[in-house]
Design a protein around this ligand. Structure first.
Ligand SMILES: Nc1ncnc2c1ncn2[C@@H]1O[C@H](COP(=O)(O)OP(=O)(O)OP(=O)(O)O)[C@@H](O)[C@H]1O
Ligand SMILES: [Mg+2]
Length: 455
């Protein structure tokens, strides 16, 4: 069922209910009031008659009869006087058919329904000069009930119109209120994956609907952003894979033509293909690591280990690869680190590898380890080519390389720092860069680490 119809029905139902309850209360309240009033009337009238009978000492004649009972008729009342044998001595109407027992409920007024009549009646007993009389007063509530009936018809009519209006007006109002939602639906439907640039036009007062539209636009921004990043990532990956594949293909062609007989060509081809294959292996490993990191699938196995040992291991490896650089480690104490040993090692490799790559032969690389009460601080400093300030905000982005021409011979994909950042994030750490072109670069990494027993 449409939401507009639902809202209209619920409101109309509630409104009708309130209207009906109100009308019923009016009718029943008024009926109660009118009955009470009639009861009072019969009591008053009977008191007046009692007084008169006392005055005439129970002696009825034509003269005092009229005097006694003329008042009642105007109020639609019948008065009768019975003697102790039940004989009617007097009746205020001549040929009355309305007969009620005179001995019932003596002294107490009562409301009854008889045939089509709504009656209030009262029987009173009186003793005068040793004689017993019964006075009976009957009030016909015809007028009052006619009035109630008329009122009932009017209320029914008014309620009917009210209910009809509430449905009609309710429907028009909800349609008007919900119109922007239909607009939103149409707008959202028109957005396809291929044109994520589209946004919902937000105008009108600052209400829930404009906020919904704004929220939706913000969500589109995020989707578009990640969509574009994904696209860029895929095109970067394909681009990076194209070169080694082309090289391998080239060497295979060469081997096919000349390598079968020429040993030196054969060896050269095999070496080159091996090198390219190794690089592709490294690239796919890094890509897999990134993909697993994105999906939150990297299992981080934390343990306590000696950070100095790990740093020394990575530095020894680096010295073997690049003996021309002057790499030093500075640490005042052995630091126990709580984290994933392999990931931290990988992170150190990335920073040290960069320092070697972007520092000329003979350059100095200094690694400092400092621990204080709440954190472990590492810094990797070199006196290499430095990073231009405008590139610094991007160096942690995937596939971002500063001016590809300047470091063409070093190779690399621009993935190292993005992986290092991922590892730092996984350990709740932060990283800063200080760099000056031509002077050098310093990466500072801080990990929150409470003091544990240091070796
Ligand atoms: N110590 C450094 N000195 C100068 N430039 C640096 C240094 N470290 C990083 N950079 C710059 O930041 C860029 C991004 O570094 P990152 O390690 O992510 O990529 P890469 O070294 O180019 O390639 P990869 O690490 O994937 O082999 C580098 O291309 C380089 O220009
Ligand atoms: Mg690198």
């Amino acid at each position: 069922m449409k939401i507009s119809l639902k809202i209209t029905l619920i409101y109309s139902l509630l409104f009708s209910l309130v209207l009906l309850i109100l009308s019923a209360s009016i009718l029943f309240g008024l009926r109660y009031y009118l009955i009470e009033q009639s009861i009072n009337q019969v009591y008053n009238q009977s008191d007046a008659i009692l007084e008169k009978i006392k005055e005439i000492k129970g002696e009825f004649n034509d003269y005092n009869e009229n005097l006694l009972f003329d008042t009642g008729e105007s109020q639609n009342m019948i008065a009768r006087v019975y003697d102790s044998n039940g004989k009617i001595i007097y009746s205020s109407v001549k040929n009355d058919k309305l007969r009620l027992p005179y001995l019932n409920n003596v002294g107490k007024a009562k409301k009854i329904e008889k045939d089509e009549y709504h009656l209030v009646y009262l029987n009173q007993r009186i003793e005068i000069s040793g004689k017993i009389f019964y006075i009976q007063l009957i009030k016909d509530m015809e007028n009052e009930y006619d009035f109630l009936k008329a009122l009932f018809m009017i209320l029914l009519f008014v309620d009917g119109i009210g209910i009809f209006l509430s449905i009609g007006v309710g429907f028009v109002v909800t349609l008007k209120v919900l119109k922007p939602i239909n607009y939103l639906i149409r707008e959202v439907q028109s957005i396809r994956a291929t044109d994520l640039n589209k946004r919902i036009k937000v105008n009108g007062p600052d209400d829930e609907l404009t906020r919904l539209a704004k929220t939706f636009n913000e969500m589109l921004n995020r989707i578009q952003d990640s969509f574009e990043r994904q696209e860029r990532f895929i095109s970067d990956v394909s681009h990076e894979l194209r070169t080694p594949i082309a090289v391998i293909k080239g060497y295979i062609d060469m081997l096919d033509r000349w390598g079968k007989n020429d040993k030196s060509v054969l060896q050269e081809g095999i070496d080159a293909i091996k090198k390219q294959a190794d690089e592709m292996k490294l690239l796919t490993e890094r890509l897999l690591l990134i993909a697993r990191g994105d999906k939150g699938q990297i299992k981080i196995e934390k343990s306590s280990f000696c950070l100095n040992d790990i740093v020394n291991e990575v530095v020894s490896e680096a010295k073997i690869i690049s003996p021309e650089h002057n790499i030093k480690v500075q640490s005042e104490q052995n630091i126990i680190f709580y984290g994933d040993k392999n990931l931290i090692k990988e992170m150190l490799r990335i920073f040290i590898d960069n320092s070697i790559k972007y520092t000329k032969k003979g350059g100095r690389i200094l690694i400092k380890l400092i621990r204080n009460e709440s954190e472990v601080k590492m810094s990797i400093e070199d006196d290499g080519i430095g990073i231009p300030p405008e590139d610094i905000p991007h160096i942690f982005d995937r596939f971002y390389r500063v001016d590809k021409s300047r470091n063409k011979e070093q190779g690399g994909w621009g993935l190292g720092l993005s992986i290092a950042k991922m590892i730092i994030d996984m350990h709740d750490g932060i990283v800063f860069v200080e760099s000056k072109v031509g002077e050098g670069t310093k990466f500072i990494i801080k990990f929150p680490q409470g003091v544990k027993a240091n070796v």
